[in-house]
Design a protein around this ligand. Structure first.
Ligand SMILES: [Cu+2]
Length: 69
Protein backbone atom coordinates (compact mmCIF):
# COMPACT_ATOMS: atom_id res chain seq x y z
CA UNK A 1 0.00 0.00 0.00
CA UNK A 2 1.07 3.55 -0.66
CA UNK A 3 -0.01 6.67 1.13
CA UNK A 4 -0.21 10.19 -0.15
CA UNK A 5 -1.41 13.53 1.14
CA UNK A 6 -3.34 15.94 -1.03
CA UNK A 7 -3.75 19.63 -0.39
CA UNK A 8 -7.32 20.55 -1.33
CA UNK A 9 -8.61 24.03 -2.06
CA UNK A 10 -12.27 25.02 -2.08
CA UNK A 11 -13.42 23.07 0.98
CA UNK A 12 -15.26 25.00 3.68
CA UNK A 13 -17.51 22.71 5.73
CA UNK A 14 -18.47 19.18 6.69
CA UNK A 15 -20.40 18.80 3.48
CA UNK A 16 -17.20 19.35 1.54
CA UNK A 17 -15.43 16.76 3.69
CA UNK A 18 -18.12 14.22 2.82
CA UNK A 19 -18.01 15.07 -0.88
CA UNK A 20 -14.25 14.63 -1.02
CA UNK A 21 -14.46 11.40 0.98
CA UNK A 22 -17.01 9.97 -1.44
CA UNK A 23 -14.94 11.05 -4.43
CA UNK A 24 -11.84 9.34 -3.05
CA UNK A 25 -13.73 6.18 -2.08
CA UNK A 26 -15.03 5.94 -5.64
CA UNK A 27 -11.50 5.53 -6.99
CA UNK A 28 -10.55 1.88 -7.60
CA UNK A 29 -7.67 0.82 -5.37
CA UNK A 30 -8.32 3.28 -2.54
CA UNK A 31 -8.33 1.40 0.77
CA UNK A 32 -8.62 4.23 3.25
CA UNK A 33 -8.80 7.97 3.54
CA UNK A 34 -8.75 10.63 6.18
CA UNK A 35 -10.24 13.90 5.04
CA UNK A 36 -10.12 17.25 6.80
CA UNK A 37 -10.95 20.69 5.50
CA UNK A 38 -8.06 21.56 3.21
CA UNK A 39 -6.35 18.20 3.02
CA UNK A 40 -6.74 14.47 2.63
CA UNK A 41 -4.47 11.55 3.41
CA UNK A 42 -5.20 8.56 1.22
CA UNK A 43 -4.04 4.96 1.35
CA UNK A 44 -4.16 3.16 -1.96
CA UNK A 45 -2.89 0.18 -3.91
CA UNK A 46 -0.25 1.63 -6.26
CA UNK A 47 -0.94 -1.17 -8.79
CA UNK A 48 -4.47 0.16 -9.26
CA UNK A 49 -4.65 3.80 -8.21
CA UNK A 50 -2.24 6.71 -8.51
CA UNK A 51 -1.99 10.23 -7.08
CA UNK A 52 -3.12 11.51 -10.48
CA UNK A 53 -6.34 9.50 -10.28
CA UNK A 54 -6.98 10.81 -6.77
CA UNK A 55 -6.44 14.39 -7.91
CA UNK A 56 -8.80 13.85 -10.87
CA UNK A 57 -11.52 12.41 -8.63
CA UNK A 58 -11.33 15.34 -6.23
CA UNK A 59 -11.37 17.75 -9.16
CA UNK A 60 -14.49 16.04 -10.57
CA UNK A 61 -16.15 16.65 -7.21
CA UNK A 62 -15.52 20.37 -7.64
CA UNK A 63 -12.38 21.00 -5.60
CA UNK A 64 -8.78 21.70 -6.49
CA UNK A 65 -6.33 19.06 -5.31
CA UNK A 66 -2.55 19.23 -5.31
CA UNK A 67 -0.30 16.38 -4.22
CA UNK A 68 1.45 17.64 -1.08
CA UNK A 69 4.45 15.35 -1.81
CU1 LIG B 1 -18.88 22.66 2.21
Amino acid sequence: MSQTTLKIDGMSCGHCVNSVKKALQSVDGVTGEQVAIGSATVEYDPQVASPEKLVDAVRDAGYTATPAA
